[in-house]
Ligand binder design. Sequence first.
Ligand code: JFZ
Length: 441
Amino acid sequence: TPRTSIALEHGSHRLGKRTDEMMQTWRNYGLGQFIHWGLYAIPGGHWEGKYYGGAAEWIRSWKDMPNEAYDELYKEFDPQNFDPRAWAKQAKSLGAKYMIITTKHHDGFCLWPSEYTDYDVTNSPYGKDIIGPLVEAYDAEGIDVYLYFSVMDWNHLGYRSKLETEEDREAYEGFKEFTRNQLLELLDLYPTTKGLWFDGTWDAAWKEQAAFADKLETEMREKIPGLIIGSRFRPDDYGNRHFDSNGDLMGDYEQGWERKLPETFEDTKGNDWDCVMTVPENQWGYHSDWRGHVKTSFELIEMLVKSVSLNGNFVMNFGPDGQGSIREEETKLAAEIGDWMDVNHEAIYGCGYLDWKKQDWGYYTKNRETGKVYMVVFNRPLNGALRVKTPSKIGLEKVYSLKEPSVTYEPEEVHKDEYFIHLKESKTSKGPVVIVIEPTK
Ligand code: JFZ
């Protein structure tokens, strides 16, 4: 099919995937941890006895909470329970290979000491850097750190959502310089950063900044070779985001899967991608009073496996409270998912999409190096038989239980290239079971 071709100065810089080592590492993570932490954790979804039903980190935008009140919260930021090493240990036992931390959310409050604003941790009673100790603790556990950064900033006087007047444009120039300074500052302060996770880039004003954002992205990449930046940073010449005007992905992976998952491989267009997921329906920052559906560990494990089966990473969110404690619900989920990962991580790390016909019992994943195939079973058929259809000329050399490799299977050939594997694993086994297939070459 002929590609449309609009001449772009600031469109995609690359067709196809990055193949360098840092990107391979990213691709093989499987599971990540997101942490939303900031001043919004203090009110935790309430103001003067009233309940805010929106996402807790958006409470400043709620008509019932005056901006002035929110903007004083930094005077209460003093998280006495903040223990970065405990967070990192928990993430490790969850099985997370990378972590994304909100250095600055939409409110503009910086969790690092920034030279470019007073609205940061050093002016809170806590008085010291949060990001540095976190990076150090996660680095020590071997978990790669990514910095979340909101371009949209409700605190900076030069910020505008749209540029209507000359005054707006002038003010916004100052804001752009500020944004550039902060980003380069972060990379200077935390040089082990593996990538940036951008947000708050949807406003009309930012969509006009193709040239600026392109240059800044280049500068950031020069600071840390191999740096990973998703598709949610820069607009192209026509203000298109994620995909440029020719439909080509901008950035290193598609960042559009927020609280939702692709259904099919086609939905992913074959790109690298991550899915970021909340535990309740839509709460990122700490909300003391979760209402509505709260996901179980089985649901989250299924989303993780589905992501990997479609070549994506799955990132589970945590919202620590105003004192720096991770809530019980998240601690319990992390332990449950971690227990499953202890036994079954081989079906996750280093794994991706397999082009065999999907079956109703669950998901296939495939190790990119060994070629081993994993069947992760979420729905047990009543007859206990798992159907497997292979592409022609590919047979099943060895089939066995991941948990107990001595438990092997003799697939029953139903038709040509179609088999039944009769499950032996106990019906009481905790969570989805995994069967390994070593296909014939
Ligand atoms: C943004 C933030 O507004 C939110 O607070 C949270 O930090 C989340 C991770 O990111 O919310 C979004 C971003 C993108 C989409 C939807 C909500 N999107 O692409 O549909």
